[in-house]
Design a protein around this ligand. Structure first.
Ligand code: C2E
Ligand code: MG
Ligand code: MG
Ligand code: MG
Length: 282
């Protein structure tokens, strides 16, 4: 960490800060060209039923591999895209591609699993995003129940009446609405009472530490309990070990997602998985 006690280190800090801004700026410029250059693609990660072992949902996760250079993590470029406003173009690309792929899966008669699309704050809060999603679903001949969206609790809290009404409309038509990273925001639980939600996703930080930390285990169990009492489906993300799975099974979590089952993978690999001998039994 930079110590700011001498002129030399303050200078150093400024330099570092400046370099970081330049780097981010360049990244945004490259990201602007990513769509036309066809540098983006989607991976899909299965969410598996704890009871039946069946794949019920596929979460679409955006991948960016620049023509020159290494892949960049969405954890890095999504926040940048949010700040620069590029998120709208990227988000539209994701919607289009996810719906196209889901329609192809449907046409091939292969999948009865839903595709879940992540929507970030600025995207959902923009007045026309949800209309465009609906139009996209219809354009590809999909039913509302063929897709889902993942939002964070903060987004719901910030949503105005218009956005909430739009979400409610999608909810009633059958679009799955999941709260991503549940328990990591600053919201009160009362929003669950008013907002159109169908599923809670337990953040992977809780799942990771649950076997060792009684507090994380308690939060995990409480989330599953309250989710079920409210009639919601509960999904655990980041499940990596048999021990975590055993806890989740004991607590009657509905769906699990993580490296223990499947990593995010290209659509072709999903095809192979779905024609194969089943999803494996843990
Ligand atoms: P998220 O929606 O919470 O996605 C879960 C993240 O956990 C993904 O990271 C996934 O690859 C990773 N993961 C899955 N299983 C495991 C596991 O067993 N262990 C560990 N350690 N990690 C696991 P990824 O793909 O890097 O995405 C990071 C975040 O970027 C996502 O978090 C989401 O918030 C955002 N994101 C990704 N794609 C999109 C997109 O198309 N649109 C928007 N708005 N955000 C996206
Ligand atoms: Mg997600
Ligand atoms: Mg998540
Ligand atoms: Mg998460």
């Amino acid at each position: 960490r930079a110590k700011l006690d001498g002129r030399g280190s303050l200078q150093h800090f400024r330099q570092h800060f400046h370099d970081e801004l330049v780097r981010q700026h360049r990244l945004v410029e490259r990201l602007e060209r990513a769509i036309v250059n066809r540098e983006l693609h989607l991976h899909y990660q299965p969410q598996v039923s704890v009871v039946s072992g069946r794949i019920e949902n596929l979460e679409a996760l955006l991948r960016w591999t620049p023509l020159e250079g290494e892949p960049v993590s969405p954890a890095e470029f999504i926040p940048l895209a949010e700040r620069s406003g590029l998120i709208h173009q990227l988000g539209d690309w994701v919607m289009e591609e996810a719906c196209r792929q889901q329609a192809a899966w449907r046409a091939a008669g292969r999948v009865d699993s839903r595709v879940d699309i992540n929507l970030s704050g600025r995207q959902v809060l923009a007045p026309d995003t949800l209309e465009r999603l609906e139009a996209c679903v219809a354009r590809h001949g999909l039913r509302p129940q063929d897709i889902g969206i993942e939002l964070t609790e903060n987004v719901l809290i910030e949503a105005d009446a218009g956005i909430l009404e739009r979400l409610r409309y999608l909810y009633h038509r059958g679009v799955r609405i999941a709260i991503d990273d549940f328990g990591t925001g600053y919201s009160s639980l009362s929003y669950l009472k008013h907002f159109p939600v169908t599923a809670l996703k337990i953040d992977r930080a809780f799942v990771r530490d649950a076997p060792e930390q009684p507090e994380d285990r308690a939060i995990m169990e409480a989330t599953i309990f309250i989710g079920h009492r409210l009639g919601l489906e509960v999904v655990a993300e980041g499940v990596e070990t048999a021990e975590q799975l055993a806890l989740l099974r004991e607590m009657r979590c509905d769906l699990v997602q993580g490296y223990l089952f499947h990593p995010p993978m290209p659509a072709e690999d999903i095809d192979r998985l779905l024609v194969g001998p089943g999803v494996g039994h843990h």
